[in-house]
Each structure stands twice: as structure tokens, then as C-alpha cells.
Design a protein around this ligand. Structure first.
Ligand code: FAD
Length: 117
């Protein structure tokens, strides 16, 4: 049982890392298509997330706090907020969303920039 909890936590950490990194790299001024893509991704993620209990809680959270896709800041602050909702439910510390700025890096360049130039 302890083993399963460890595996679930590891999956959670990996998932949150990808989740926040996607939001940190989301366009500052997204097009309608980009907004639709992010929204679809988040809802599909909530359906395919392999921990069933986590997925069903997360789906309820999305009903209460629908994905914010209007800008990078809106999306990343929304992501921080929903993660904090999960933290609260699990009795974990609340993360200060003002400090999220440079935390989630992808090791890739901004679109349009070229590191070889
Ligand atoms: P995590 O919560 O995994 O966070 C990883 C790191 O992210 C932290 O160390 C911190 O640096 C940073 N961080 C913390 N809070 C924030 C924030 N608000 N914004 C940005 N960065 C932050 N586990 C369960 O047992 N039951 C569940 O129902 C459950 N539901 C989940 C639903 C989803 C969608 C996901 C992705 C995971 C879920 N988990 C659930 C796993 C759980 O959220 C944790 O990932 C896991 O318990 C490991 O926790 P942790 O303390 O290592 O930190």
C-alpha cells in the first residue's frame, strides 16, 4: 500500500511539472485555436489521468474553476490555483502563486527566437 502511494505521488509530481510547464509556455496572446487547444487538452487530461480517484476529483474542480485560457498569466495563475485546491484537499502547504514566474522552464527558446543565431 505504501508502494502504491509512492507511485501515485511520483506520477502526480511528473504530471504537475508538465502541466505547469505547458501553462508557463502558453502564448501571451493566444489565438482562438490556441485557446481551444489548451481547453481541450485540460479537459481530456482530466478524463485520461490514470489515477481514477484523482481524475474524478479533478473533473469536479474543473466544473468549479473552468480553465482560464485568455493569456499566459491567466492560464498559469489558474493552474497554480487548481493545484492549490488539490494541495488543500490533501492537507499540503499552499503554494504562493506570486512566485511561479520563472519556476517552470522548458529548456527551449521562445517561438521565433533562434539559439544558433
Ligand atoms: P506536488 O503537489 O506533486 O507538487 C510538486 C511541486 O510543485 C511542489 O514540490 C512545488 O514545488 C510545486 N507546487 C506545489 N503547489 C503548486 C502550485 N499550486 N502551483 C505550482 N507549483 C506548485 N494524489 C492523491 O493522493 N489524491 C488525489 O486525489 C490526487 N489528485 C491529483 C490530481 C491531479 C490532476 C494531479 C496532477 C495529481 C493528483 N494527486 C493526487 C497527486 C498529488 O497532487 C501530488 O502530486 C502528490 O501527492 C505528490 O505531492 P508533492 O507533495 O510531492 O507535491
Amino acid at each position: 500500500l505504501l508502494g502504491n502511494e509512492t507511485i501515485k505521488a511520483e506520477l502526480g509530481r511528473a504530471s504537475w511539472k508538465l502541466f505547469h510547464t505547458i501553462l508557463a509556455r502558453y502564448p501571451e496572446k493566444p489565438t482562438a485555436e490556441e485557446r481551444e487547444a489548451l481547453s481541450s487538452y485540460i479537459y481530456l487530461f482530466s478524463r485520461v489521468y490514470p489515477c481514477g480517484e484523482c481524475a474524478s476529483h479533478f473533473q469536479k474542480l474543473l466544473k468549479k474553476f473552468p480553465p482560464q485560457t485568455s493569456s499566459r498569466i491567466a492560464a498559469s495563475q489558474w493552474g497554480c490555483h487548481v493545484h492549490n485546491q488539490v494541495n488543500a484537499r490533501l492537507g499540503k502547504d499552499i503554494f504562493d502563486c506570486n512566485t511561479i514566474g520563472e519556476k517552470y522552464q522548458c529548456g527551449c527558446e521562445e517561438e521565433g527566437a533562434n539559439e544558433f543565431e
